[in-house]
Ligand binder design. Structure first.
Ligand SMILES: *Cc1c(COP(=O)(O)O)cnc(C)c1O
Length: 404
């Protein structure tokens, strides 16, 4: 996304033209950015060619998942719905891993029938349910155990998953018990140790600590895992102030680990693949002053993009046409939904806006549309995939009649 002759442009199309042609609010994704992200991700870890399973929960558009599949990626899913979606997008079941703390018997049964690569179990009770269903089906099922490594990912507390107080995975003590249990089971084929410590991680050191924990545990046990699943969580730059994750350091820590433990590495990236490919285009409906505040009221709201309201996440906002006139005060960028948390940002030293202007909220490809809702009876936005000067509607704007 860049300004060409003062017009904000995605690949070869201006935001202004997109807004006029397709209406607002609209999610736009850049194919070029997507392919760059996937190729960079592969490049960062090419010496051990990991299996890369896209975390489908970050973006559930079937057409985008189809594009991602064409790069050879698999899928990390957390529900039957995401499994069905991934299969519909043509992902090979041998590249699907299933995570989640609350898999139901129906979901486990479906996963076994589809012969997916791994069910990553997160509790003793879940292992027993998997075993029972596998036995009924007279099958031996490939399973992973998700370890909670008690590692602080140094990210927002709401998206941290690898500390002992988080609900995810099993602690070290239960891990050993489960290992023993699985080794003796006729219906469980224990293939994988998995970890995932959180999301939007920008410091490589939590990953190093996580690897140290896994290394220490593997040294204690006499068991060879075919796969070590390191999860996802790689952070992206939401603002120029964000530092970048040092992939080279993460890569060398893994290479060092692999010298001692020869397993196939699995990654489950979501945000780092799709996050910076998307922008939400919206129109200014009204501008109003209230006390000291200057509200810019958009036609997009927290139901379309909930990250700011849910996590206090900050997304860069850009005007569709660049002007030199700066607004003296601050703008409160808000949506029309009846909640005071329906606010995207406080814009300081922003250019002067007027009603009917278009703006773009950046880096919303991950956990944007996939977390959207119909709150306030608002139909969901249209999704557009941009390839050069071509636009492709990859999900139609929802109609009011779909909600009635
Ligand atoms: C959400 C999730 C991911 C993806 O996290 P990102 O931060 O988007 O890379 C990977 N694995 C598991 C188990 C998850 O729950």
């Amino acid at each position: 996304m860049k300004y060409i002759n003062k017009k904000l442009t995605i690949e070869k199309i201006s935001v202004q033209n997109i807004a006029k042609k397709f209406g607002t609010p609209t999610y736009c994704y850049s194919y070029k950015q997507l392919s760059e992200n996937i190729n960079n991700f592969k490049d960062n870890f090419k010496s051990f060619s990991p299996l890369i399973c896209f975390a489908v929960k970050s973006n559930t558009n079937v057409n985008l998942i189809r594009e991602i599949r064409r790069f050879g990626l698999g899928a990390d899913v957390v529900s039957k719905g995401e499994m069905v979606l991934s299969l519909k997008a043509g992902i090979n079941p041998k590249k699907i891993v299933f995570s989640g703390v609350g898999k139901t018997s129906e979901e486990i049964s479906y996963a076994i029938d589809k012969k997916i690569l791994l069910i990553n179990a997160e509790s003793y009770s879940e292992i027993k349910v998997i075993e029972k269903i596998a036995k009924l089906k007279k099958k031996k099922v490939r399973v992973g155990i998700r370890l909670n490594p008690n590692t602080d990912a140094k990210t927002l507390s709401q998206i941290s998953t690898g500390k002992k107080e988080n609900k995810f995975g099993v602690n070290e003590k239960i891990f050993y018990e489960l290992l023993k249990y699985c080794k003796n089971s006729k219906n469980i084929d224990l293939k994988c140790l998995s970890v995932h410590i959180g999301s939007q991680i920008l410091d490589h050191r939590p990953y190093e600590r996580m690897l140290n924990v896994v290394n220490r545990i593997l040294n204690k046990i006499n068991y060879k895992f075919e796969f070590i699943d390191l999860g996802g969580g790689m952070g992206i730059s939401y603002s120029k102030k964000n530092k970048k994750l040092n992939y080279a350091k993460y890569n060398s820590a893994i290479k060092k680990f692999l010298k001692k433990h020869k397993s196939k590495i699995i990654f489950e990236p979501g945000r780092s693949i799709i996050g910076n490919t998307g922008a939400l285009i919206s129109k200014v409906i009204y501008i109003k002053k209230s006390g000291k505040k200057n509200f810019v009221i958009l036609d997009a709201a927290m139901n379309d993009l909930i990250r700011p309201a849910l996590y206090g996440a900050i997304h860069e906002t850009l005007p569709s046409i660049k002007l030199n006139k700066k607004f003296k005060g601050n703008y409160e960028l808000v949506g029309p939904v009846c909640e005071s948390t329906d606010k995207f940002a406080t814009l300081k030293k922003f250019q002067k806006l007027k009603e009917k202007d278009y703006i773009a909220i950046c880096d919303v490809g991950a956990y944007g549309m996939s977390l959207s809702s119909n709150y306030n009876m608002r139909p969901k936005p249209l999704e557009l995939l941009i390839k050069g000067s071509k636009t492709n509607i990859i999900r139609k704007r929802q109609k009011l009649k779909d909600l009635l």
